[in-house]
Design a protein around this ligand. Structure first.
Ligand SMILES: CC(=O)N[C@H]1[C@@H](OP(=O)(O)OP(=O)(O)OC[C@H]2O[C@@H](n3ccc(=O)[nH]c3=O)[C@H](O)[C@@H]2O)O[C@H](CO)[C@@H](O)[C@@H]1O[C@H](C)C(=O)N[C@@H](C)C(=O)N[C@H](CCC(=O)O)C(=O)O
Ligand SMILES: Nc1ncnc2c1ncn2[C@@H]1O[C@H](COP(=O)(O)OP(=O)(O)OP(=O)(O)O)[C@@H](O)[C@H]1O
Ligand SMILES: N[C@H](CCC[C@H](N)C(=O)O)C(=O)O
Ligand SMILES: [Mg+2]
Length: 481
């Protein structure tokens, strides 16, 4: 049985007099609909509603304590007051859900988080550890994959998943720290031994406002979440890398920089091969030849960042680099779905930002003898400013562009397409993703390559409130058959 007092011990919190610290706690919730007798309820100001409005309902449902701002009105339960209630809630919940896997690392960045945590999981597994990842693909172990619906789940789901992994015997876990997740304290409280930065480019400005605030949200990982004796693995070749390195150094974290400008793992040379690429990597004064069975500069970057995390947490450099030759592709990241009847390979990729589209097209270009045909859309209820920029990048780098739909959500699909088209002169507009994929495949000749971007592993098209089953890989196979 866990007593509230033992969770609060040593934390800098205010509770009222006669606070009943002897009360036993049976769980944590941030949604009043999930409160049961004995729950600690976290009441937070959100974007849509104020969680404090649900305090009476939470108390009625049996909440014994409420973590909320000092101004909140709490009656009938203990008010644990704090100016940053989300953070305090995370700390308390982590004490309740502990223990966690021994080695935990986190990855942030606009693109590459899913790929990096997945590759780190695979490398650990090949080194003989029981490993897991948590992110866009869900909670993944070598035997299971369970979706959580978000990249970075809410704090209660996150900590209970981490705790469940520990009970299953998982010793090593890598998780994605999205900027929303970082800004909302959805992944903290547990010791994080290393953090990685992949890159920063335009996305989610609807939420963060501008690039500097978006950057600051990401930096919480290094400023506050990674343990003070932990490590930072920084992809060194991004425009923002130097700023990240500055922050990491200021905090006193052990720095492993990775990439062409990297020092811990220096990418000296990279040569595409038919099915992958070879990399010349220098580390600790030694030269290593790495055969990576994945194509594209971006996958090389993510593979090296993942290797950096595994090395930072105790992996042997030579062994880890050698194991990169045995990694499996990541679902929906330059996944070859099918070869069309005409002989054109059709790739599915999760590129959903201007930079992601550029990375995916640059990855495929060296493998394209004829034309590169790129199809994509932009998500509704998401950063609208990225739409024309995605159109622009695509028309610059592809030989033919098809603009279609990708999760319009509450927006009018044709208005989203129009915004993309505004930056994409000469592109073809086809509403309805299935019809667009069929058209892309039908016009590809044997020397051409088709890129279906934006949905990757996703299993649905979100239209209004409905999620209609949709899988780019499956649809590509149907259209090619
Ligand atoms: C914009 C955003 O991130 N919103 C998330 C956030 O909402 P919020 O804190 O603003 O919450 P709110 O809905 O205003 O509610 C405020 C509080 O009242 C509580 N509440 C609310 C209603 C009620 O009846 N009872 C109740 O107790 C809520 O639990 C919450 O604590 O917290 C909610 C609870 O955890 C999330 O479900 C919600 O995700 C929404 C659905 C979402 O679409 N999020 C996306 C944008 C997102 O987070 N994406 C990122 C990044 C994607 C990437 O990888 O690029 C991700 O990590 O997935
Ligand atoms: N290192 C990288 N540099 C540039 N682009 C990348 C990089 N890694 C991945 N991408 C592009 O971004 C897409 C998404 O990759 P991934 O799912 O690994 O990123 P993510 O950060 O997890 O995305 P999300 O924020 O949606 O969870 C890829 O399909 C690819 O097009
Ligand atoms: N996790 C990201 C990527 C979504 C990819 C794309 N399919 C879209 O719906 O915009 C988001 O929620 O912004
Ligand atoms: Mg992801």
């Amino acid at each position: 049985m866990t007593r509230l007092g033992s969770l609060i011990e040593e934390l800098d919190v205010e509770v009222g007099e006669n606070a009943g610290l002897d009360t036993s706690v049976t769980g944590f919730a941030i949604d009043n609909r999930k409160v049961a007798p004995g729950t600690v309820f976290g009441a937070f100001q959100g974007l849509r509603v104020n969680g404090e409005d649900y305090i009476p309902d939470a108390v009625k449902a049996g909440a014994v304590a409420v973590v909320a701002s000092p101004q909140a009105k709490v009656e009938g339960a203990i008010h644990i007051a704090h100016p940053n209630p989300r953070r305090l809630f995370a700390l308390l919940a982590a004490r309740y859900f502990a223990p966690f896997p021994d080695v935990t690392v986190a990855v942030t960045g606009t693109n590459g988080k899913t790929s990096t945590v997945e590759l780190a999981r695979q490398l650990w597994r090949m080194l003989g550890h029981k490993s897991a990842s948590i992110g866009t693909l869900g909670v993944t172990t070598s035997v299971d994959q369970v979706s959580t619906g978000l990249t970075t789940p809410d704090i209660v789901t996150f900590l209970s998943n981490m705790s469940g992994l520990k009970r299953e015997g998982i010793t090593h876990a890598a998780f994605e720290a999205s900027s929303h997740g970082l800004a909302q304290y959805r992944t903290e409280g547990l010791p994080v031994m290393a953090g990685a930065f992949t890159n920063l480019s335009r996305d989610h400005l609807d939420y963060h406002g501008d690039m500097d605030s978006y950057f600051e949200a990401k930096m919480r990982l290094f400023d506050e979440i990674v343990a003070s004796d932990g490590a930072a693995v920084v992809w060194a070749d991004d425009l923002w890398s130097d700023k990240v390195i500055e922050r990491v150094t200021k905090r006193g974290l052990r720095l492993l920089s990775v990439g062409v400008k990297g020092q811990a793992l220096r990418l000296a040379n990279r040569t595409p091969t038919q099915l992958g690429q070879t990399m010349d990597v220098e580390a600790d004064g030694k030269a290593y030849k790495v055969n990576l069975p994945l194509i594209g500069a971006y996958q090389a970057a993510n593979a090296l960042t993942a290797a950096g995390l595994v090395i930072a947490t105790g992996g042997d450099t030579g062994k880890v680099l050698e194991l990169l030759s045995r990694v499996q592709p990541v679902r929906g990241r330059l996944e070859r779905a099918v070869i069309s009847r005409a002989g054109a390979p059709v790739y599915v990729d999760y590129a959903h930002t201007p930079d992601g589209l550029r990375a995916a097209m640059e990855a495929l270009r060296p493998h394209t003898r004829g034309r590169l045909i790129a199809l994509f859309g932009a998500g509704g209820d998401r950063d609208a400013g990225k739409r024309p920029q995605m159109g622009k990048v695509a028309t610059e780098l592809a030989d033919h562009v098809i603009v279609t739909d990708d999760n319009p959500r509450s927006e009018d699909p044709s208005a989203i397409r129009a915004a993309v088209m505004a930056g994409a002169p000469g592109a073809e507009e086809i509403g309805g993703r299935r019809a667009a994929i069929a058209a892309a495949i039908a016009q590809a000749g044997s020397d051409d390559i088709v890129l279906l971007a934006g949905k990757g592993h996703e299993q649905g098209q979100i239209i209004g409130d409905r999620v209609l089953p949709f899988d780019d890989v499956a649809v590509a196979r149907e259209c090619a058959g």
